[in-house]
Design a protein around this ligand. Structure first.
Ligand code: OTN
Length: 485
């Protein structure tokens, strides 16, 4: 008996040593290359600009107004893209055509475009100016090509060969003639009539012409989507916010919106949420809203509730009738950038002594949680879905924000976690805002009233597989007054 016991102990030890050297296996659906790239952008700018800009209070035109009214007097896409550079935003989506059907490029397939406008005597091409500015300044261009088109859609049904051809040809023009396009946006607004066969053909066009292009899809285009709508336009991703979601056939509207907002744990498709919100009340520019631009602090809340909720923030900054960004919009955006950069510049847990109950082994040490290496992460052995990681700082620190990141490639693993702090390691105090959290994903950020502590404890309380966590940190939010532009 004793001998068998010894053999079993040796076998367990050998298994543990072998596990310690091996990377954890991915769990469930994992992101494709496009989705990994998209997550890395964190923020995308949205430029709603077109014929609606030149109508009073119009956000969704009927497609009947004369093309002559489109006439930006000082259009400068370099000014837009420079703002993105200053705001640390690596990608921007230009509306090439909104629901009114007016094309911001001289499409060969319609007269309802810039070629019949007053701008540059009909010789202008906004998509070219925009993509050229992006190329020159090192920003990734992306396009919104509204699948619904009130100008073209003269018959009562979209589902005709003519409409299918019309849209496919315009898509091809945009994807063939302007270099790499990093995302294509298929708005679901007004698109109820658009059927899956239409999208099947158009998705095929996207995949053939630009394989790296992320597809934002809704409704009948979900099966082709790399990223989903978040279920609102107010800058709020859910808590939780899983990257996975199940069939999109939920009939109940409220349940459908909730599923979009929160995702579904163990959903069979990996389609993370993109959160579109405007810096102004409207999507298009209206001078009456110049004093209603979201402040840096409102934008920071939105950032934490989107990028910090495992989503990507698609922030609309609409150029005005001159074809320029309003200085308030640019300034608030740049202030947001400085707030983000300064807040996360110093992880107060870096350099602390770290221990955990169940370390996997030498390649997956708990200290990896606070290093700055892109490839390193912390993991427990297979079979251990829960754990406690304790950080002992060299000196007490004051903080009011925390951030965690999972290893995306290994799937959605941790499903329950809490954070506590202590001055002596004997009495622990929970951070209420960081108690019983669920998702981590690409990034989870929590802000709370400031606390001072010598020790911080990350408790992983539930999971579908052993945790694989890339980063954990606590931070002191930068004051806006400290922000030098
Ligand atoms: O009336 N709407 O069409 C509407 C009102 C409020 C918020 C959204 C919408 S439409 C909604 O737009 C999304 C993009 O922001 C997605 O495209 C959804 O599929 C679409 O239903």
């Amino acid at each position: 008996m004793q001998r068998i016991g010894k053999i079993l102990t040796t076998l367990l030890l050998l298994t543990a040593i072998a596990t310690a050297q091996r990377a954890p296996k991915p769990y469930g659906p994992v992101p494709n290359e496009r989705q990994k790239e998209w997550y890395s952008w964190e923020m995308i700018a949205f430029f709603h600009f077109g014929i609606n800009t030149f109508e009073d209070f119009v956000n969704e035109g009927e497609g009947k107004v004369s093309t002559a009214i489109f006439n930006p007097t000082a259009l400068d896409c370099r000014q837009w893209v420079t703002t993105l550079k200053n705001a640390g935003i690596p990608c921007g989506i230009l509306v090439a055509k909104h629901a009114d059907g007016f094309c911001n490029w001289p499409s060969a397939y319609t007269d309802y475009s810039v070629k019949n406008s007053s701008w540059k005597g009909g010789k202008g091409d906004l998509v070219k100016e925009y993509t050229d500015a992006c190329k020159a300044l090192g920003v990734k261009p992306a396009l919104y090509l509204g699948p619904h088109d009130r100008h073209q859609h003269l018959s009562p049904v979209y589902n005709t060969a003519d409409y299918s051809d019309y849209y496919a040809r315009q898509l091809s023009e945009l994807l063939r003639n302007y270099g790499p396009i990093w995302e294509i946006w298929w708005d679901g607004a007004g698109a109820d009539e658009l059927t899956t066969p239409l999208y099947t053909r158009w998705a095929d066009t996207v995949r053939k012409l630009q394989p790296q292009c992320v597809i934002f899809g809704t409704k009948n285009s979900y099966r082709f989507a790399d990223v989903r709508w978040v279920g609102n336009e107010s800058g709020k991703a859910g808590d939780p916010c899983w990257a996975t979601i199940d069939s999109f056939s939920i009939r109940d509207e409220a349940q459908h919106i909730q599923a979009l907002n929160e995702g579904q744990l163990n959903g069979n498709a990996y389609i993370p949420a993109e959160t579109d919100v405007s810096i102004r009340p409207s999507w298009f520019y209206h001078k009456e809203e110049d004093d209603k631009v979201k402040s840096p602090s409102e934008l920071w809340d939105i950032y934490c509730n989107t990028v910090g909720h495992n989503s990507v923030l698609l922030l609309n900054i609409p150029p005005d009738r001159r074809g320029l960004l309003h200085p308030t919009d640019s300034s608030n955006l740049v202030q947001l950038h400085h707030k983000i950069k300064n807040t996360f510049a110093v992880n107060l847990l870096a350099g602390s002594a770290v221990s955990s109950l169940h370390p996997r082994g030498k390649n997956y040490l708990p200290a990896n949680l606070t290093d700055t290496s892109a490839g390193s992460y912390y993991a427990t052995p297979d079979g251990y879905a829960t754990d406690t990681v304790t950080f002992t700082l060299k000196a007490p620190a004051t903080f009011d924000c925390l951030m965690a990141q999972e290893v995306l490639e290994l799937g959605q693993r941790t499903t329950g976690w809490s954070v506590d702090y202590s001055s002596d390691g004997k009495t622990w105090t929970a951070i209420p805002e960081a108690t019983n959290k669920q998702t981590i994903g690409h990034k989870w950020i929590i802000c709370f009233p400031q606390v001072t502590a010598k020790k911080v404890r990350l408790r992983i309380t539930a999971g579908q597989a052993c945790p694989a966590i890339h980063t954990f940190g606590v931070y002191k939010q930068a004051a806006y007054a400290d922000i030098n532009q």
